[in-house]
Every structure is written in C-alpha cells, then in structure tokens.
Design a protein around this ligand. Structure first.
Ligand SMILES: Cc1cc2nc3c(=O)[nH]c(=O)nc-3n(C[C@H](O)[C@H](O)[C@H](O)COP(=O)(O)O)c2cc1C
Ligand code: SF4
Length: 441
C-alpha cells in the first residue's frame, strides 16, 4: 500500500512553488471549503486531528489555539521558520518547494482564530527560501487570496510579513523570537505569561512551526479524523524526518508520525555507509538525548521516543557510525550551545562554556576522571535552572552521552589521547578494537 504524503507530495514537480502549479493540484481548495463554514469548525477539526507541534515540544496544536483569550484584539500568528537546531532541515524544504501550502495553512489558521496579520520569522541564512516565500505571498496578494478579502470572497483582511532573522539559534525559542520581531535583542522572556496570552506587542499570539501549519490545509480538506487515523494514539498525521550523518541516503523522509526509527535508518535512508556498524543515533535534533545502537528499534512517535529515554523533537535524526569519536561529536555539540547561549542566566552562560572546555580537555587526553565527574555535575546544575529550554538542550546531550558511553570518555582519560586517532573521525583497526572493547553496548 502506498503511504499517504501530505507535506512532500508536490516536491520535485516542476515549478511547484508557483501559484499556478499549486492551484492545478487543488491548492486553496481547503480555504475555499472553509469560507462556507464556521471558523470554530476549523479549530474543532485541528483538535480532532491530534496534530502535535512539529517545532520540538510536540504540544497539541488545537489545544494551544484555545488558549487565546476570547475578547482581546488584535491577536497575531507567528510562524516559526528559524530552524536552527543542528540536524534539523525540513521546514526549509516546505518553504522552498511548496510555499503556497504554508500560505494556505496560515490563511486557514488566521481565519479560524480571527487573526488578521501573520508573521513568518525565517532564519537569516535562508535567503533563497525567504525570496521564494516573499514571491509566493506577493502572488497570493496579486491574486486576491490575501488582502482585504480572503480568497476574494470574504471580508476578512489578511496579510503576511516575512521577517528575516540574523542567524541566532536562540531566536527560534518562541519568546526570544517575539523580542526579535519587536526589534529587540533575542532574549527569552520569563513564562508565564505564555505568548498565547501576552505575545507580540503584548497581544495574544499563536506561535507554530512551519510544518505544523503546513498540515492545516490537508486537515481541513480531509477532516481531522482522517489525519488522526494516519498516526497513533494522541499523535496524528505524518512527519518530515530529516536523516543526516553516516547513512547512504541522507535526506528528508515523510513518514507516519509513529514510523520505526530503525527502519527509517536501515531501509529508507539506505543503512550505514561503507557497511560499517552503527554506533549511536540522536533521534530529534542535537538537543535530544542520544540512543545507543541497540536502542533504536522504536516508534518515532513523541511519547514513544520519550519512553525510550529521548525526544523526537524536531524530527532531525543524526546517525553516527563506529568511526566516530563520541567525545569529539559531543564537544562540537557543546561548542554550539556555548556559542548560542544568550547569556541571561548564569547556569547556562557559565555552564555551557565550562562543559565545552572540559570536553575539549577530555578529547585531547588532558583530562582526569575527576573532570568527567565535573562534567556530569555541571550538566546537572544547568538542567531545569534556566529561563528557557536552551539550558536543558545543552545539558541533555552531555548527560545522555555520559550515561550511555561513559567508558569511551574514560578511555580518553586513561590513554591520554583520543583512542580514535588525532582527528577523532578517522579510525584504525587497533584503535577501533580498543574502543569497542571499552564501550558497553
Ligand atoms: C533554543 C530553542 C530553539 C528553538 N528553535 C525552534 C525553531 O527553530 N523552530 C521551531 O519551530 N521551534 C523552535 N523552538 C521551539 C519553539 O520555542 C516553539 O515551541 C515552537 O515554535 C512552537 O511551535 P509548534 O507548537 O508548532 O511546535 C525552539 C526552542 C528552543 C528552546
Ligand atoms: S537558558 Fe541560556 S539561552 Fe535561555 S535565557 Fe538562559 S542564558 Fe539565555
């Protein structure tokens, strides 16, 4: 049986980003259908669909929408296209190949929630995607889909602004994103109040990920129950999984939300390069706890990955084969979080740099066993003690790598060098034997 594709079904078609092509494939049909219905019915369908946010936390989208206070206007929709989490690269595909699907999703969401202005906050580096999206928005304005009358039919003014970020990971965090949109430095806000109540310019604001919103046209066209049926339990639909690292066919794969992680890596992504052995997998972007090779025969559904001790987060699956020094890989991840910390909270500002330093020391063979213990302590002191989740995102990889692969860290200490060789990425046979012998699978 062929699998249902919602988000990627038009990718690769010539001119798929144009309005003409989108319309030829039935695009804006869901918006047309919705014009004749009560806006509240859209919210009901999204609730029924069991759509969960695709930006990381997996929060129920329909439920989030109901948090808007009833009588406060104006209110805003902000679409999060910052996509800066290492290992995550799916939202940019939606924008590049099917921007009108996102625009239709925005229009439906705004109609459902009585919102008349939406922002797409897009990562600064996505110059091409920003241009494509702006062109598509202009096409929609010119065709009368956006503007004073929604789809040229309904007196419902709607416009969409594209705001380009400047390449700061923290601006993907929802409250930092709002600060940045307001023209300020991207410092996360203390929550509560949550953005749905006090958001952009102090007004109620719904913030959703690109992939989340891009699902809305299909839900409206086919019904929430049909979307729910594609998934499992309280998670509906399909997801875009970005597979990167040591696989034969890295790329973005659209699969049911509960697809098997091992199958995704070993079959869809073509297995491990060069016939080498799998060593570890990060299933949901760099902040998700790592899984050892024997732990990957699991469903990718949010709660199932959580039960397995990790997170399916933003759907970025990062694959490490046996040639990787995991200390070096973790040191690189830690460097990212240290650089991207906004510096507001002491545990995050100081702790992330501290972890980076200790990891560098371990990798180069200059550390003691006490340093490894210190690393564990520092991570433990960051987690749960910060304004935003970047602190946890920095601590979780460290805690999980240590939990699963501590012997590899200790091998560095004992050998006074990286057992994988100077580069940490190359691998000679004796080093491999020494290392594999030290790692408990
Ligand atoms: C440091 C940090 C970076 C984040 N980056 C992104 C991002 O690039 N894109 C995104 O959609 N969500 C990102 N998030 C999650 C957002 O704060 C927010 O939960 C999400 O956009 C909500 O959309 P959803 O409910 O549709 O998933 C980030 C969170 C943190 C803590
Ligand atoms: S946890 Fe880090 S990134 Fe988040 S507010 Fe605190 S210092 Fe800034």
């Amino acid at each position: 049986m062929s699998e249902t594709l919602i988000l990627s079904k038009r990718w690769g078609k010539p001119d798929s980003a144009s309005l003409a092509s989108y319309r030829a494939d039935g695009g804006y049909g869901a918006l047309d259908k919705a014009m004749g219905a009560d806006p509240a019915a859209i919210v009901d369908e999204v609730k029924k669909s069991n759509l969960r946010g695709r930006g990381g936390a997996g929060f129920a989208t329909g439920l989030k929408w109901t948090f808007l206070p009833k009588d406060v206007r104006p209110r805003y929709l902000t679409v999060n296209a910052d996509e800066s989490e290492p290992g995550t690269f799916k939202d940019r595909y939606i924008i590049e190949h099917d921007p009108h699907m996102l625009i239709e999703g925005i229009a439906l969401t705004c109609y459902a929630l009585d919102i008349h202005l939406a922002y797409v906050y897009i990562r600064g580096e996505f110059a091409k995607q920003a241009r494509i999206l702006e062109q598509a928005i202009q096409e929609a304005r010119d065709a009368g889909i956006l503007g004073p009358r929604l789809l040229g039919k309904k007196d419902f003014p709607l416009d969409i602004h594209v705001h380009r970020g400047a390449g700061a990971y923290i601006c993907g965090e929802e409250s930092a994103l709002l600060e940045s949109l307001e023209g300020k430095k991207g410092y996360p806000r203390l929550k509560p109040p949550f953005p749905a109540v006090v958001g952009l310019w102090g007004k109620p604001t719904i913030i959703n990920n690109v992939e989340t919103i891009a699902n809305v046209p299909w839900i409206v066209a086919n019904g929430g129950a049909a979307f729910a049926a594609l998934g499992v339990g309280k998670s509906g639909g399909t997801r875009l999984f970005g597979v990167s690292g040591h696989v034969n066919r890295p790329g973005v794969y659209e699969k049911p939300v509960h697809y098997n992680l091992k199958k995704l890596i070993m079959e869809d992504a073509g297995g491990i390069v060069g016939g080498r052995k799998l060593k570890a997998v990060i299933p949901g972007g760099s902040s998700a706890p790592v899984l050892a090779a024997h732990e990957i025969d699991i469903s990718l559904e949010f709660d199932a990955v959580k039960a397995a001790g990790s997170m399916s987060g933003s759907g970025g699956v990062i694959v490490f084969d046996e040639s990787v020094c995991l200390v070096r890989a973790l040191a690189r991840i830690a460097k990212f979080y240290a650089e991207e910390s906004c510096g507001q909270c002491t545990p995050c500002r100081e702790g992330t740099s501290w972890m980076e330093g200790i990891l560098e020391k371990i990798e180069h063979g200059h550390a003691t066993a006490a340093d490894v213990e210190k690393l564990e302590q520092v991570a433990g002191n960051i987690a749960g003690n910060t304004i935003c989740a970047l602190g946890d995102a920095a601590a979780m990889p460290v805690q999980s790598f240590l939990k699963k692969f501590k012997p590899e860290f200790l091998r560095h200490v004992e050998a006074h060098r990286c057992p994988m060789g100077e580069s940490g990425w190359g691998l000679d046979q004796s080093s491999r034997d020494a290392l594999v012998g030290a790692v408990r699978y």
